[in-house]
Design a protein around this ligand. Structure first.
Ligand code: CTP
Length: 403
């Protein structure tokens, strides 16, 4: 069932757009609330009136309609949804999504969202096989957008091949699969650290690192989606605060530790932050001026947050997960790190130059537990987060006991 799930259905202008009507009906039968955005060309294939009648809601379409913006701005449209799905997804809208073009309401909502996005492509086989579409799809998948289908078969244009949109039943099944774990972590508390820390040298300068915070933020979102009461403690990043998560912004390692201790007790702790190992022993209270000499910085080791949280005691979370950012021999370096830190699991990844891990959208990780290590395929950071959080849910509530 999809009781209380809010689906934002973006209908673009393809011949399969009429199938949306059946999808809306089926989603509503399952208890979902469906709100629809139609592109201008979609209205050539389905009428806003039939979409409104089936969805039981106003239909949105024109970015520049002052009434739409007044009643429900594009940011709210995505904020108020649990999932965005583009059905059918034409080659054109996929290209605009891949390029970040926001020239109508549909693409503006897609660019503004931090929610899970699915798309069901529908196009002629030659368009589907075109190099541009292939690279757009690669780009979208890397960013965590789930692509459903397409199927092969006879097409409306008279050709045969890949590009036919998957049936509404299959789209419904994918949506149900997406929500199936929801609520599995209800009643549990989770704490996630994310991003770099900034360690001041003087009022102007600081020591930092290349962490973007993307992985930690995605993990916090995924934990919250499964129902955990989640606190995200983040160093300075360009990431948006995820919805349904309590976010604490910090700068330094010591502030991050204090915020973590403040968030205890918690059932789950995931330390994804790239905490600066050192701070400047004595921060200068005035900007340090050049004087022709070679300046040197005296550094002091920062507290180890992961190790502190892993220490045995009443406040120890039931599951503590650390990350290991390594260059070369990732598993060999990360296995002993699990022991020295005292955490339960380590997610190890290679951050060597050229891997694109720091700052990029993709990640290839190895999960190291008390029973050994397993290597996961290269995935988007969102997919790594979803898979890790599903594993956390399986560990705390084994599937057989979850019913
Ligand atoms: N970590 C932490 N506090 C620190 C340093 C690291 O909580 N002061 C956590 C990170 O969030 C990560 C794990 O420890 O979960 C491993 O971080 P990593 O940078 O790989 O290892 P370090 O402990 O810094 O060891 P080294 O840099 O020597 O490999």
């Amino acid at each position: 069932m999809l009781q209380n799930k809010r689906i934002l259905l973006i209908i673009s202008g393809g011949i399969a757009a009429y199938k949306c009507l059946e999808l809306i009906r089926r989603l509503r039968e399952q208890g979902a609330a469906v709100r629809c955005v139609l592109t201008k060309s979609a209205t050539e294939f389905v009428t806003p009136l039939s979409v409104a009648a089936l969805s039981g809601d106003k239909v949105y379409g024109d970015l520049f309609s002052l009434t739409d913006e007044h009643e429900m701005g594009h940011i709210h449209l995505s904020r108020d949804a649990d999932l965005l799905i583009v059905v059918p997804a034409t080659a054109n809208i996929l290209a605009r999504m891949a390029q970040g073009i926001a020239d109508d309401l549909a693409t503006t909502v897609l660019l503004a969202t931090d929610k899970k996005v699915m798309a069901a492509p529908s196009m002629n086989v030659r368009m589907w096989e075109h190099d541009s579409t292939v690279s757009n799809l690669e780009n979208l998948r890397r960013r965590g957008i789930e692509i459903l289908g397409p199927d092969s078969g006879d097409m409306a244009c008279g050709e045969f091949g890949e590009g036919r949109m998957v049936e509404p039943a299959e789209i419904l099944a994918a949506i149900q699969a997406h929500f199936k774990d929801d609520g599995r972590l209800s009643g549990l508390r989770a704490l996630v650290t994310s991003g770099p820390t900034h360690e001041p040298i003087d009022p102007v300068r600081y020591i930092a690192n290349r962490s973007s915070g993307k992985q930690g933020h995605a993990i916090a979102s995924a934990l919250a989606r499964l129902g955990a009461d989640t606190t995200l403690i983040t160093g300075p990043t360009r990431e948006h605060d995820p919805s349904k998560v309590e976010v604490v912004h910090v700068e330094t390692a010591r502030e991050m530790l204090a915020a973590c201790e403040n968030a205890l007790p918690t059932d789950i702790a995931v330390c994804a932050a790239a905490v600066s190992d050192w701070r400047v022993t004595q921060e200068a209270d005035q900007k340090i001026k050049k004087d022709g000499s070679e300046p040197s910085l005296s550094l002091t080791e920062n507290p180890d947050i992961l190790r502190t949280l892993s220490q045995p005691g009443n406040d120890r979370p039931r599951l503590v997960v650390g990350f290991a950012a390594e260059t070369g021999d990732v598993i060999e370096k990360a296995v002993p790190k699990r022991k020295t830190k005292g955490c339960d699991w380590i997610v190890a990844n290679d951050v060597s130059p050229g891997t694109g891990t720091f700052g990029g959208d993709a990640n290839q990780v190895h999960l190291i537990t008390e029973t050994g290590s397993e290597s996961w395929p290269q995935m988007s950071k969102q997919e790594v987060a979803d898979m890790l959080v599903r594993r956390i849910a399986d560990h705390l509530h084994p599937p057989a006991a979850a019913e």
